[in-house]
Design a protein around this ligand. Structure first.
Ligand SMILES: [Zn+2]
Length: 346
């Protein structure tokens, strides 16, 4: 088999790199007869940190055909790694492994208190049961995902509950992602030191410094909240509309302030059709996040957050290559010159 070679400007460093795929491993050791497949601006693959492939709509069970189709759409746009903070069921053996699907990190089914999530999805428990359930899940896959708050009517999880969950999950070497779209739940999650706040709508900007101090990452899912905002604005007045419009309207400035404060911002799409990570990067940049940071949120920063190295000797052989610098030409993200996954040109 011909060895694949890429060359160009590697990000984030901006240094010239010349890499050869030795199976699923990058090496700087030249291989005779290697085939140069791309020469341009190189990222270590894109990452979608918040995506729920495999179910056509909320509440549907996991469907293997939908799952594969969703994942193929991701790879086609240059995504070589995903994190699924919540899946509609236990994924099949091939998830994260087959040649046509990205590497994957997942938290199994969502964990939520009774009445506080989409009907048909996730596991329900009393708050007191959540620490053990989350630790068991994180022990299996490395991550657990908890719904800290839901509607205006449902009671958010308390700081004490979230802190107990964090302690148990960290004790088994796992990490915890927490869904929040309200001030109280988000504040409790930040103060409890969860590993990532998902959405974070309604967070007090005063919490951003505590996110840095507690090493809480932030996946703002900005583009999907902006779509939700447009829908909410078309609805008649109600307390739910007021809450959503207020939170989603404040979200772009919150995200920009988070990046400025030094919070680890991560790019996640949370939406169908899959493969929309470029839209999220552009939404982050439009909100005022510097383009380099917005791109890192969907690539090297996210990859590092999930435990994979970038474009270095010995790293897993993933890359996406563009003809021009995608930081100054964000539209390039729609036109990768080449996508390499596990050392193979897609
Ligand atoms: Zn989600």
């Amino acid at each position: 088999m011909t060895v694949l070679r890429i060359r160009g400007v590697g990000l984030p460093d901006g240094e010239t790199i010349d890499l050869y795929a030795d199976g699923d491993r990058w090496t700087t050791e030249p291989a005779p007869g290697a085939e140069l497949v791309a020469d341009g601006w190189i990222l270590p693959g894109l990452v979608d940190v918040h995506t729920h492939p495999g179910a056509a709509k909320p509440g549907d069970p996991l469907d293997e055909k939908v799952l594969r189709d969703d994942l193929r759409l991701q790879v086609a746009t240059g995504v070589t790694l995903i994190r699924s903070p919540g899946l509609a069921g236990e994924p099949p053996e091939w998830f994260g492994r087959d040649p046509d699907v990205p590497r994957a990190v997942h938290a199994g089914p969502w964990l939520a208190r009774h009445g506080a999530f989409f009907d048909g999805w996730g596991r329900r428990a009393e708050p007191a049961e959540l620490p053990e359930l989350a630790a068991a899940q994180a022990g299996r896959t490395g991550w657990a995902k908890i719904i800290a708050d839901w509607t205006l009517e449902s009671e958010p999880l308390s700081f004490a509950t979230l802190r107990a969950v964090v302690e148990r999950v960290h004790a088994v070497g796992g990490r915890l992602a927490v869904h929040s779209q309200h001030l109280a739940g988000g504040t409790a999650a930040v103060d409890a030191g969860v590993d990532s706040v998902e959405h974070g709508m309604g967070l007090d900007p005063a919490a951003l410094d505590r996110m840095v101090a507690n090493r809480v990452a932030f996946t703002p899912t900005l583009s999907v909240l902006q779509t939700g905002l447009a829908r909410a604005l078309a609805r008649p007045e109600s307390p739910t509309r007021t809450w959503y419009v207020g939170g989603a309207s404040a979200h772009p400035a919150l995200v920009a302030a988070a990046a400025e404060a030094g919070v680890t911002v991560l790019a996640g799409t949370d939406s169908r059709p899959h493969g929309g990570i470029a839209t999220e990067v552009r939404a982050l940049a439009a909100a005022g996040v510097p383009a380099h940071t917005a791109l890192g949120a969907a690539s090297w920063v996210a990859r590092d957050f999930l435990g994979l190295p970038g474009l270095v000797d010995g790293a897993p052989a993933d890359a996406v290559v563009y003809a021009r610098d995608p930081r100054t030409h964000l539209e390039e993200l729609d036109h990768p010159q080449a996508v390499i996954l596990r050392g193979v040109l897609i």
